[in-house]
Design a protein around this ligand. Sequence first.
Ligand code: HSE
Length: 430
Amino acid sequence: MTGPLKVALLGCGTVGSAVLRVLQDQAGDLGARIGRPVEVAGVAVRRPAHHPDVPAHLLTTDAHALVTRDDVDLVVEVIGGIEPARSLMLAAFEAGKSVVSANKALLAEDGVALHAAAAKAGVDLYYEAAVAGAIPILRPLRESLVGDQLSRVVGIVNGTTNYILSRMAETGAGFGEALAEATELGYAEADPTADVDGFDAAAKAAILASLAFHTPVSAVDVYREGISTVTATDVARAAEIGCTVKLLAICERVAGEDGDSVAVRVHPAMIPTSHPLASVGGAFNAVFVEAAAAGQLMFYGQGAGGEPTASAVLGDLVAVARSRVTGAPGPGVTGYANLALRPMAETPTRYHVSLDVADKPGVLAAVAQEFARHEVSISTVRQTGRGDAATLVIVTHSAPDAALSATIAALREMPAVRGVTSVLRVEGLS
Ligand code: HSE
């Protein structure tokens, strides 16, 4: 077994072409690190004419035939989406080939079945590039931290929304204006729904939670709110209490009377500017991990783009190629803990609420009474007056999310409350 390992590349867009370039330019180094030469067996694309830079003899439109070819050892899937990526991956496993993928949507939807298929075939499935681009976070969760007990994984895993929120904080702009700027500069796609509404982050959160807590979590299990409702007022209120607004993917293990459960959510939240995640600006990503023995860890870097994502793909490729050389697959993924998934309504959160109220005796007491009625404890109250009106800014202690949202609904109905001007969850405040 000294001949070259042959790689089938499925897809040749921004990431695929960067992977192909490195595979060709650095074949010598990669081969030395693997212990066997590595070469590209073929590149499957839909329209070969759109890829004049790829040697014509490598191009094919028949991805299935490429994946199942006898001389192909490893498969790199950078097509994205559910089909045909899923069928091609399953065909690769069946043919005894390890797969490296960057496909967050597929892994978040069908990770359990894909891991089972890989394990059955005795091959590897790695997908570091699916979450947070270049940042090594999945292999640390799968391998480096597998001896520890993780309690929380909190990530800024979507660069588009982080860019928009960073610009809102820097310029005081509203969401619409900041989105328009992000689109103009190429940070947001023409259809920004997947990013702005939190779908992209929810898929990544599902993958992070599955690995962190050894529990199957799918994208549909993730509570999701996007950033389109975040206002300039929210961002200004956050600054007033020493916070900044971020779209967070929060995966946590929550202790309960019936045992531990896993809560996974994506929503905008205020975090203190002293929190390590607060300094993650622009389109950068970061993942903050809390573990029993390791304590707090932060992983930071570029979450998107051809070259950064290709770095993660190639790292995985070297890993699965080494497994192929040694004849033993790398560590798999298990859902052995199979913890219950906690609904958002029962997940403990904290709220920051800003109210315009009539400034007269009894109003603060009535507002406080509404929190008490829903068994929500208040942490701080700040009042600023404006004539016969006042603004009340309230930060709660932790309470079930349903109790907090019911409190807000009740406050909106109170005659003394002229308006609820800002409501955001708060994370990381002491
Ligand atoms: N669209 C993503 C982002 C990158 O804005 O971070 C790919 O997951």
